[in-house]
Design a protein around this ligand. Structure first.
Ligand SMILES: NC(=O)CC[C@H](N)C(=O)O
Length: 227
């Protein structure tokens, strides 16, 4: 049951509205995590719904399918514009791929929305560790490591100078032949994780997004309209 906690943020200011892109992939767990962080939430399938949100989660799923569907729903250009315009966003797994400026050896015709200056490799952990879990220290997340669930996850193989690396999986965990691998990054208001933060019952990664959305909303509100 989804609870309305719209007034739960400190100072009684309006809680930000955070959308979850809902064309394919897992949305329910993200919506619940965002609500627990004090956001108002909604699903986004159309450009008009995108206009309503202050921030957006791009969930995991299948990045080629999500790419096809956002284009079919006329969402690709509006999404690119919002991302380029500074809307805070969190991309998880397939969502991380969508936020990447480049894919290594993309599937035929596959495009991304872009926003983060990095190259990602899809299904980067090979068969041995197709899916795995581990505890990771994530820069900016306080209170100990995050339990990270990886499902046919990508990794960043190259990041530009403006990209902050938030987490790496040690080579020993990532599997034979792998060095330390970049699995969480931030560039300005855009966050991406190769793992699924919505599946661990730990809302601290979502909280980073909601904080960023609160800051964006606060900076665009007139000084005296917060009552
Ligand atoms: N869990 C996921 O989101 C998997 C991502 C998927 N392997 C892709 O390339 O799109």
């Amino acid at each position: 049951m989804v609870r309305n906690v719209a007034n739960a943020t400190a100072g009684g200011s309006h809680a930000p509205r955070v959308g979850v892109l809902a064309v394919q992939g897992d949305t329910r767990e993200h919506l619940a995590a965002l609500e627990r962080c004090g956001a108002r939430v909604s699903t986004v399938r159309r450009p008009g719904e995108l206009d309503e949100v202050d921030a957006l989660v791009l969930p995991g799923g299948e990045s080629t399918t999500i790419d096809r569907l956002v284009r079919a729903f006329d969402l690709a250009e509006p999404l690119r514009e919002r991302l380029a315009g500074g809307m805070p966003a969190l991309g998880s797994c397939a969502g991380m791929i969508l936020l990447a400026d480049r894919i290594e050896g993309p599937a035929a015709g596959q495009r991304t929305l872009g926003g983060i200056d990095m190259t990602v490799r899809r299904n980067a952990f090979g068969r041995q560790v197709d899916s795995f879990e581990c505890d990771l220290d994530v820069v900016g997340v306080e209170g100990g490591p995050v339990h990270a669930v990886f499902i046919r996850a990508p990794r960043a193989v190259e990041v530009g100078p403006g990209v902050e690396v938030l987490a790496r999986v040690p080579g020993a965990t990532a599997g034979p032949g792998q060095g330390d691998t970049i699995v969480a990054v931030r560039q300005g208001p855009l966050l991406a994780t190769a793992f699924h933060p919505e599946l661990s019952g730990d809302d601290r990664v979502h909280r980073l997004l909601v904080r960023s959305a609160e800051a964006t909303v606060a900076s665009t509100q007139a000084p005296h309209d917060g009552r």
